[in-house]
Write a protein that binds this ligand. Sequence first.
Ligand code: EPU
Length: 338
Amino acid sequence: MQIQSDISLLPFNTFHIEASARYFAEVKTFDDIADLQAQAIFKENKKFILGGGSNMLLTKDFDGLVVKISIPGIELEREDLHHYYVKVNAGVVWHQFVLWCIERGYAGIENLSLIPGQAGAAPMQNIGAYGVELKDVCIGVEAINIHTGEQVTFSASDCEFGYRESVFKHRYKDEFIITRVHFRLNKVPRFNVSYGDIKATLDEMKVFDLNIKAVSDAVIKIRSSKLPDPAELGNAGSFFKNPTVSFEKCKELLDKNPLMPNYPQSTGDVKIPAGWLIEQCGWKGKRVGNTGSHARQALVLVNYGNATGHEVYQLAMDIKQSVMDKFGVEINPEVNLI
Ligand code: EPU
C-alpha cells in the first residue's frame, strides 16, 4: 500500500479548490484498508476519508492523511417475491450504481439519478432528491472502525438518518470508513413523481407509460438544466440545507412574503427553500471575485476559476448573514467544511 506525500487535492474535489494533502493513499480493496491501518503514517496522523469529493469545501491544506476510497463492485445478494437485495462497495460512482439498477429493472433509486459522489458517501448525508431519500431503500451499512480496524455493520436504524444527516456526521464523525452499502430495491416500482418538475418534464417528454428509465431520464434532464456540471463549473451542489422554522415563524414570513414557497413537515414545523431566501436577498447569479451564487439555482455556490476555499467560505458566510438580517432565519452549510 503506497502512501504519497504532498499531493494536490484539486482533481479530487468537485469545487476544484487547490489545497494539498500532507499524505495521500488510494485504497482499491478491503485488504488495502487493513494494510494501510498497519502503517505508522496512518496511526500517527489525522485522517480524512475521501469519496467523490462532491460535498466538501477545502478551506485549507490538510495536514494529515487523505484516504481515497476506490473499492469497486456491485452484487445482487438475493431476491424474494417483492425485492432485490443489492450490496455496493463504497468506491462505486453513485450514478453508475443507479444506472446498473435501472438496466436490471431494480426500482427505488431512479429519483436519485445523477447525484454526484460515490456510494460510500451516500449514507453520510442521506442523499436525497425529488421526494426520495437514501433511507427509503438503504437497509444497512458496513464500515471499519478507523481506530481499531474492527468491522461493524450498522442497520438502517443505527444510522439515524435524517434530512441530509446521519450518525456518521455526528456521533461517529471521523470514526468509521464506510466500505459497503446494502439496499432493498423493489420489483414493482412505486413511482414518486409528485415533485412538480418531474410531472411536467415527463409530460414534455411525452411519457404516458411510466417506467423507471423514463423517471431517471426526467430527473437527469431537470438536474442538467438547473444544476451546473462540476466538470464545467466547480461546485458541490446545494451549499446550504433548507432550514426548518416553526409554524408561527412561517406565518410571520408569509404575511410579509405571500409567495414564499413552504413545505409543512409532519412535526408541525415548516421547511423553507434556502434557494428562495438567498434569491430574495439578491445573491442569485451574483459574482463576487472568483466565486458566486449560480444563476439558475441560488443555493449552489460556484468557483469561476481560481477561487480559494476561503473565498467561497466568506461568500457563504455573507449570504448566511444577509438571510439572517432580512428574514431572521438561520441557514447552515450542507457541505462539509474541511
Ligand atoms: N428556489 C428559488 N430560487 C432559487 C432556487 C430555488 O426561489 O434560486 C425555489 C424554487 O422555486 C422552489 C424551491 O425553491 O420553489 C425548491 O427548489 P428546488 O426544487 O430547486 O429544490 P431545493 O430545495 O433548492 C433540494 C435539494 C437538492 C435536490 C432538490 C430536488 C437540499 C439542500 N437540496 O433543493 O439537492 O436536488 O431539492 O429534490 O435539500 C444537493 O443536496 O446537493 C442537491 C442538489
